[in-house]
Design a binder for this molecule. Sequence first.
Ligand SMILES: [Zn+2]
Length: 145
Amino acid sequence: MAKKEKDIDVRFGKFGTISFTSTTKVNDFIDRLEQGKVSGTKCKGCGKIYFPPRADCYNCFGKYMEWFDVSGTGELVTYSRLEYAPVGFENDLPYSIALLDYGDYKVFGRLESGLSQDEIKVGMKMKAVVNELPNGHMNYVFKKA
Ligand SMILES: [Zn+2]
């Protein structure tokens, strides 16, 4: 019997400026964003931490994961200001992508818009926060801590 449309979990279609997939094995990530949480997963078998979240562990091949919330502050490792963007992101330009180091894991994402180049310093403390986009989708951005 064919699967009914309503049975398909398309939550991931709400992620980001444009989402190229609506279904993943970590669709609960979207529910957690709606609750104001930016989350990764931790393998119950070997303890490996994943961000972005994964449902399967490539380290021990385990499939039992638990969610954790990205909390506190991370240190800005690096960033890049984009003047060109992939298809679907052209209207967001310019924007900056960045990497925060939280110690046990790193988080890749965007800097909040509106930060001047003078305000951004490698090594500065930042925090990942949930952000609602004009199209009703959600993502997360890095703000100054
Ligand atoms: Zn594992």
